[in-house]
Design a binder for this molecule. Structure first.
Ligand code: GDD
Ligand code: MN
Length: 373
């Protein structure tokens, strides 16, 4: 049987020794070439390519499916209704039986010719993980400007506190790992954001044995990077989760921070409406409440639920349900505070308890009704 590329086809019927997981979002223009290049680079190795696509609007999943119809080494895992680079990689790894798995970008920026030296290196058996590195001799970066370089160095320093092993490129998204090592990290993975390597290293119960193989980071030919808008926030979320995730879920921290900001919004609008426009206090208070709830809703939709962001009609439906959730939350707030106050008469503590109850209520209920999966 012949693959569409016509080379390396005999390995198609062997169980895969190496699975390459490729997360994709809008990479339809790149997949065919990527498969050809991987096939050439890995001639003689029984490989399998697992594309994990988050329902890309450009039809990446159907492009892969079409190739997969003629080549059983190519597979598609098509996710629907959520986004996330790290979680896509994790699910891809869990969807194969190969003893060794690699993660590689789908935009041709990672050099597929590094896969063979990585595979040879991990085959020696003395390391768990091989990182494709831009920062060891022989590797290099795209042309970054000085500001981006400085930011990357800072992020790298933070990262090294988590990895517990000294590596030159902890921010890399190009790696190869033994399945059994990955499985040891699995229960503690944060699964947020896009730093899968960092997550795997930081989640390992015993520090992993790591080697690095150089590669040259290529320029992107088609499409554009998806990691430019909220990357810093996603990175912060990963660091937060690694630091406090055992105590409180990072989503809750984010939700509470947005809530704190909502209090400021409330006071700003109240001051403007009551003092500035001279509205009656009750009306000004109502306006401030409505604005604060809406701004909390929008901010949570962007930051707290970035991976399941509501859009279009879903946004309207979500806003309505969030208002309902918050109305009950406010009632609970007043109820609890009033009950405590009548029984204990500590007014400030009663108010604080009321606020805490309503934050937890709003968090749990909005997770069920507003951003339900
Ligand atoms: N399934 C899925 N879901 N895939 C995604 C998502 C997503 O939400 N977001 C991005 N991807 C895919 C892209 O289609 C691409 O194949 C790969 O993940 C990397 O995304 P890019 O948007 O090309 O990222 P980048 O080039 O800016 O960053 C890369 O290089 C960094 C080092 O400079 C990534 O490999 C980073 O992990 C790496 O740190
Ligand atoms: Mn890229």
């Amino acid at each position: 049987m012949n693959g569409p590329q016509g080379i390396g086809a005999p390995t198609a019927l062997l169980p895969a020794a190496l699975a390459i997981i490729v997360p994709t979002f809008n990479e339809a223009a790149n997949v065919r070439l990527l498969i050809t290049l991987v096939d050439r680079a890995l001639a003689g190795i029984a490989w399998e390519l697992v594309f994990v696509d988050d329902n890309s609007p450009d039809g990446t999943a159907s492009a892969v499916r079409e190739i997969a119809r003629a080549d059983p080494r190519v597979r598609i895992l098509h996710r629907f209704g959520r986004r996330g680079l790290s979680s896509a990689c994790v699910e891809g790894i869990l969807a194969t039986a190969a003893p060794i798995v690699a993660i590689m970008d789908g935009d041709l920026q990672h050099d597929e010719s590094a896969l063979r030296p990585m595979f040879d290196r991990i085959g020696k058996g003395d390391v768990d993980l091989v990182v494709g590195s831009r920062h060891v001799a022989g590797g290099s970066d795209a042309d970054w400007n000085e500001k981006r370089r400085r930011m990357s160095r800072f992020a790298t320093r933070l990262a090294l506190r988590l990895t517990r092993v000294p590596i030159s490129d902890p921010m890399s998204g190009f790696l190869m790992i033994r399945r059994e090592a990955f499985m040891r990290s699995l229960p503690r993975l944060s699964n947020v954001g896009f730093k899968i390597l960092l997550d795997i290293l930081a989640s390992a119960p015993v520090p992993l044995r790591v080697a690095e193989i150089p590669y040259v980071f290529r320029d992107r030919q088609h499409g554009e990077s998806k990691l430019d808008t909220l990357v810093l926030w996603e990175y912060a979320q990963l660091l937060l989760d690694k630091a406090f995730g055992q105590v409180v879920p990072v989503r809750f921290v984010s939700f509470a921070m947005v809530g704190g900001l909502g209090v400021l919004v409330h006071f700003a609008v109240l001051t403007a409406a009551f003092k500035g426009f001279g509205l009656p206090f009750a009306l000004a208070q109502a306006v401030a409440t409505a604005v604060a709830i809406s701004s909390n809703f929008l901010l949570n939709n962007i930051f707290t639920y970035h991976d399941q962001r509501l859009r279009g009609w879903g946004l309207l439906r979500g806003w309505i349900s969030f208002n309902l959730v918050c109305a009950f939350g406010a009632a609970a707030n007043v109820g609890v505070a009033d009950w405590l106050f009548t029984h204990r008469s500590w007014w400030a503590l009663s108010a604080l308890a009321g606020i805490m109850v309503s934050v937890v209520w709003n968090y749990v209920m909005s997770a069920f009704f507003t951003w339900r999966r």
